[in-house]
Design a protein around this ligand. Structure first.
Ligand code: IMP
Ligand code: MG
Length: 177
C-alpha cells in the first residue's frame, strides 16, 4: 500500500480522543477503586504510548509503570511467531495488572502477551485498548475499550504506518477515493 499523508481523513480529533480517554479512565477507576488503590499498568509498545500516558494521568490510583515490546516476525504474522523485544522488569505476582494496548486486530500479539503474563500469577489481569477492530473474530477478551473500529487502517496518536505518523495528535485513516 502506498501511503500519501495528504489523503489522511480525521476519524478522531484531539478533542474526541480526549473525551474517549476520559471515558475509559473513569471505567477503569470505577472498576479498581473498590478492590485496591494500586495497580500495575503495562504499556504495549510502541503504539499505545500516547494512550497509556494520557489515560494514566486521568486515573486517580497509585500506578506502577511497566513496558513490553513484542513483535510478529515480519512476513510471518499469520504463523503466530512472536519475538519479545522488551519484557516487564518487576514481578507481576499478586499484582492488579492492567495491559494497555492501542488496537486489537487479529489478536495474535495480545493473546501471547496475556498468556505470558498469566504465568506470572497476577492477582487480577485486565485489558484496556483504545480501539477494538471488528474485522477478525479475535477472541481476545477486551475489558475496557475506547471505541470499535471498522476495518480502516488508522494512523496517529501512537499508531504508525511503516513507523511514521505516530506523532499526529489525531487518529486518521487513508481515504483512497
Ligand atoms: P494483532 O492484533 O496481533 O493483529 O496486532 C495488532 C497490532 O498491529 C496493534 O497493536 C497495532 O500495533 C498494529 N495495528 C493493527 N491495526 C492497525 C492499524 O490500523 N494501524 C496501525 N497499526 C495497526
Ligand atoms: Mg501494538
Amino acid at each position: 500500500m502506498e501511503f500519501d499523508p495528504s489523503k489522511i481523513k480525521v476519524l478522531y480529533s484531539q478533542k474526541k480522543l480526549d473525551e474517549m480517554v476520559g471515558r475509559v479512565a473513569k471505567q477503569i477507576e470505577d472498576y479498581y477503586k473498590p478492590m485496591t488503590n494500586e495497580i500495575t499498568a503495562i504499556c504495549v509498545l510502541k503504539g499505545s504510548i500516547h494512550f497509556y500516558s494520557d489515560l494514566l494521568k486521568k486515573i486517580n490510583l497509585n500506578v506502577r509503570y511497566n513496558f513490553v515490546h513484542v513483535s510478529s516476525y515480519s512476513g510471518e504474522a499469520s504463523t503466530g511467531k512472536i519475538k519479545v523485544k522488551t519484557w516487564v522488569d518487576e514481578s507481576l505476582f499478586d499484582q492488579y495488572v492492567l495491559v494497555v494496548e492501542d488496537i486489537v486486530d487479529t489478536g495474535t500479539t495480545l493473546r501471547y502477551i496475556m498468556n505470558y503474563i498469566k504465568k506470572q500469577k497476577p492477582k487480577d489481569l485486565k485489558l484496556a485498548t483504545m480501539f477494538d477492530k471488528k474485522a477478525f473474530d479475535h477472541k481476545v477478551e477486551v475489558n475496557f475499550a475506547g471505541a470499535e473500529l471498522e476495518n480502516h487502517f488508522v494512523v496517529g496518536y501512537g499508531l504508525d504506518y511503516d513507523q511514521l505518523y505516530r506523532n499526529l495528535p489525531y487518529v486518521g485513516y487513508l481515504d483512497n477515493e
